[in-house]
Design a binder for this molecule. Sequence first.
Ligand code: NDP
Ligand code: 2IT
Length: 444
Amino acid sequence: MKATEVLNDLKRRFPNEPEYLQAVEEVLSTIEDAYNEHPEFDRYNLIERLCIPDRIFSFRVSWVDDKGKVQNNMGYRIQHNNAIGPYKGGIRFHSSVNQSILKFLAFEQTFKNSLTTLAMGGGKGGSDFSPKGKSDMEIMRFCQAFIAELWRHIGPDTDVPAGDIGVGGREVGFMYGMYKKMARENTGTFTGKGIEFGGSLVRPEATGYGNVYFLLNMLATRNIDIKGKTVAISGSGNVATYTAKKLLSLGAKVVTMSDSNGTIYVPEGISEEQLDYIFKLKNIYRGRIKEFADEYGCEYFDGGRPWSVKCDIAMPSATQNELDGDDAKMLLANGCFAVSEGANMPSTREAVHEFINSKILYAPGKAANAGGVSVSGLEMAQNSQKLVWTAEEVDSKLKRIMSDIHTQCVKYGKNEDGYTNYVKGANVAGFMKVAKAMMGQGIL
Ligand code: NDP
Ligand code: 2IT
């Protein structure tokens, strides 16, 4: 079956899953040539098997809030593909979570994990539970109830979850604690754990730092120095804050950060002290980014995104479809020459076309944000060895992996005119490894 036929068939079967179809369409539109060069793939109906998840668990999560009221949420785990290693991918807690969003994330994760050079398959999970405004005890009770159901489906060599939106060190700790109690073992089935109980150094920083390392590789292809460049970042969570931290240390100017309520704009560049304030605001006080504007008297776009400001580089690091075609046109009109995605699928189809047609440096999330899951893979390796590596060791491996991912993107994505289409490069490289692994193991 041809890629376009598979897509049409998926549209017919899953009409209510727009994010999933969007992610599948982007991949299928770029791998068709590579796929057609291998008629054996077609005989094994490989594309369809790669697009449809191996299995999906969905379950009710009942828990008791601080007022004694019983709350019910939905919980999910998508085990997408384990051809090259155990299912691996984060857990998202956000009110918007549904099957379509988790299916798109698990699909993307499969290609991303393939690119990391490590042995990890793709998965994703989550809940429509919103941690916003919940007490620590409510978060703990929810996490325990979620794992009381999920624990039997995960394990160190079957499926290894981690964090994502709304799931950081606190939530991973609560989930892992409950998992250990149920499974009666201590093998590290979860990454992003606390340092004291099997977590890897540099895992919290890894997605943001990795994105900057990927950006540096892209800039090097055009002999551009990061020093002094103006960068617009969206989000103010894990990925956004560590992206900003690394950029500041390299002498770049970070002029925006945001949350779901609005954007702060600091034209002279956010200072280290101000970034520290944002980190505490978000991780300790769990406040809104507007409080930064109140504290420092900077401009605040109420309900607005960062993409209207003048910048050289944009690093969307909040959520899917947060940068649309008009935003892309504004960025390009303002002279933006590089976009490196910290979030998963933050740019809409239209925005991606704008970036590629204008031939700027554009890195899709599955390449640029792969540093997080890569260090998760390194955490799994340390847990298996029962050893702890130094921060320097982990960071140098992360740099190496991001550079390897960049090399693969250029290998498969360079056009005849010399322009590298990183979307095509990442998709073809990620696809070929998974496809060969699936071919080698028969029809499952
Ligand atoms: P966090 O929960 O730490 O932060 C998320 C940030 O994005 C917050 O500032 C949040 O604002 C904002 N945000 C979330 N949803 C929306 C929305 N619907 N509209 C506007 N803003 C929103 O998550 P992470 O930093 O971990 O994740 C950010 C992105 O990076 C996600 O796309 C995730 O999938 C991706 N990613 C994460 C990795 C990781 O290791 N954590 C690895 C690779 C990718 P608010 O507080 O208002 O909700
Ligand atoms: O989207 C992602 O790559 C993540 N949320 C991290 C997954 C992981 O297993 O570390």
